[in-house]
Design a protein around this ligand. Structure first.
Ligand code: F0G
Length: 449
């Protein structure tokens, strides 16, 4: 299948064959990132894949017992023909994640319809698995024995797991003390070489770039265009779950800014192939202490990005110099989406609300609900429009955050002040008692009143 995909530079549109791609995945001419494209999809309509046949085939595969058919990524393999040999897929049964209703949040916000696509329900608990199965399968096919990434945690967990399944070794560079324990534990459990560097995520990216130039490792950060091919498949799932309709809005967290563009690519390709009639507006939400895209859009119209020193308790998106920012700007423009930033208190509140729906997510995912509230307030989203929030990580990724919230010591007083009564309404602290039924019944009585 090698000859049916090529790479196009997202800066200067130069086209290269897969064999000619450099290890840093950047165009030697303009230093921008590449994207995969399929020349066969641009011919006359009768030569392109048939949408009805594809929809039928993808649904049929759900009943198959073959691993490559059950995977929520490879089930759609006609949309990502990137492997020379399909038997080379490295899969953990990723994708096929639920699209939940959020009735209580919808009611609170006066929305007719609110759903959450929960990518935290993937095998390693984050959306990274969909991209990792794609790019790691390519790495194995190309004969690499080592893969590597810089990460705020989830990429490293996913990479380590898929590398272990493939019998490959993995090198993980993490910002020391700045990632959630659940994610570090996963990378260790799956046998990665886990190095914590005394820097931030952006520093880890810089070090990795140097390592790649000096050692035969294959980079699995989201600058790798094959990651994007896997990460576009939740767009297909959302459309399929909505009977091939698309929502009016998709709201996505923004960190290194690859995922928003991956989902946008998925929706645009579906429209191009006639699988769906339109695309949703894709909006990107950042923490206000890690907001380089928001600033770029507001101050420079998306033409320039000034890196920031990033601060947020949502450690997954504590990124000041996002690699894929130009791709994200392009998707904002192509779909008509918005950018928004949210405070630490707004994130904490939104996370607790998603928890109280019986779903839960990690802090970085909760920026979507917090951002939605602001987009509604600012009139960017109307209350009769359909909205899907993309939840990127499982609540168990960062239990410390959750426990601190419910104990009441997560936020500083001045951070919590604007929403203190709402926080108190959602806090459910744990209570220690003696092993005594009377004490238990007294608590039950107190809470029921
Ligand atoms: N949500 C979670 C839970 C994440 O782990 C990340 C990124 C994002 C959102 C942002 O996605 O970077 O595509 O804009 N985590 C990366 C990592 C950087 O290393 O795990 P993005």
């Amino acid at each position: 299948m090698m000859e049916i995909h090529q790479f196009r530079c997202t800066g200067c549109s130069a086209i290269v064959a897969p064999e000619a791609l450099g290890g840093d995945f950047r165009c030697p001419g303009c230093r921008e990132l590449y994207e995969v494209f399929y020349p066969g999809w641009n011919g006359p309509r009768h030569t392109r894949p048939n949408p009805s046949a594809l929809r039928w085939l993808w649904r049929e595969r759900r009943t198959s017992l073959q691993a490559e058919d059950r995977s929520g990524v490879w089930r759609f393999r006609e949309m990502l023909p990137i492997l020379g040999d399909e038997a080379g897929m490295v899969t953990l049964g990723e994708g096929n994640t639920p699209l939940y209703d959020l009735p209580r949040s919808a009611q609170r916000l006066g929305l007719a319809q609110l759903r959450a696509k929960h990518q935290g329900m993937n095998p390693t608990g984050s959306f990274k698995d969909t991209g990792m199965t794609a790019a790691l399968s390519v790495a194995r096919e190309r004969g690499f024995s080592w893969v590597a990434c810089a990460s705020t945690g989830n990429t490293s967990a996913a990479m380590a797991a898929y590398a272990a399944r493939a019998g490959m070794r993995s090198l993980v560079l993490l910002p020391q003390g700045k990632i959630a324990w659940g994610k570090l534990a996963q990378a260790m459990d799956y046998g990665a070489l886990t190095l914590q560097l005394r820097t931030d995520f952006d520093g880890c990216v810089r070090v990795l770039a140097e390592v790649v130039g000096r050692a035969p490792v294959y980079v699995l950060n989201s600058v790798n265009p094959y990651r994007i091919e896997g990460q576009k498949t939740p767009a297909l799932e959302i459309a399929e779950q909505l009977e091939w309709e698309v929502p009016d809005h998709l709201v996505v967290p923004g960190g290194n800014l690859a995922n928003s563009s991956a989902l946008g690519k998925g929706f645009l390709e579906m429209q191009h192939l006639g699988l769906t009639a339109r695309v949703p507006k894709i909006s990107v939400i950042q923490a206000d202490g890690a907001n380089p895209l928001v600033r770029s859009m507001q101050e420079f119209g998306g033409e320039r990005l000034e890196p920031v020193e990033a601060h947020t308790r949502a450690s997954a998106i504590r990124i000041g110099n996002p690699a894929s920012w130009r791709k994200a700007v392009r998707i904002l423009r192509q779909t008509g989406g918005f950018v928004e930033q949210v405070s630490e208190a707004e994130i904490a509140l939104a996370k607790a609300e998603i928890g109280s729906e019986g779903i839960g997510c990690e802090p970085a995912s909760a920026v979507t609900l917090a951002g939605l509230k602001k987009l509604l307030e600012h009139g960017k989203i109307a209350r009769d429009e359909s909205v899907v929030l993309l939840l990127t990580g499982h609540t168990l990724k960062d239990p410390d955050y959750t426990i601190h919230f419910h104990r009441g010591d997560l936020l500083a007083g001045d951070e919590a002040a604007p929403v203190v009564s709402q926080i108190e309404g959602l806090r459910r602290n744990t209570i220690e008692l003696d092993a005594d039924a009377d004490q238990v019944l007294r608590e039950l009585e107190r809470v029921r009143l």
